[in-house]
Write a protein that binds this ligand. Structure first.
Ligand code: FES
Length: 63
């Protein structure tokens, strides 16, 4: 699903950005450009970022 129409950014791209280490809207904005034009996507982008961060395990597996 497209989240940012100005830059044609999808929710999957935002999720992948979080998986690659982005942890805030500023990080995702720098990587994908989300929210730097009309700003209408900011609320949804923040929601997706937070949901993806919460889904990440906060521990490292030890073999
Ligand atoms: Fe994302 Fe316009 S929809 S900046």
């Amino acid at each position: 699903m497209y989240v940012c129409l100005c830059h044609a950014v999808t929710d999957s791209q935002i999720k992948n950005a979080v998986i690659q280490g982005d942890s805030s809207l500023a990080d995702v904005k720098k990587r994908l450009g989300v929210g730097d034009q009309c700003g209408k996507c900011v609320k949804m982008a923040c929601h997706i970022i937070q949901r993806e961060i919460n889904a990440q395990p906060n521990y490292y597996e030890v073999a």
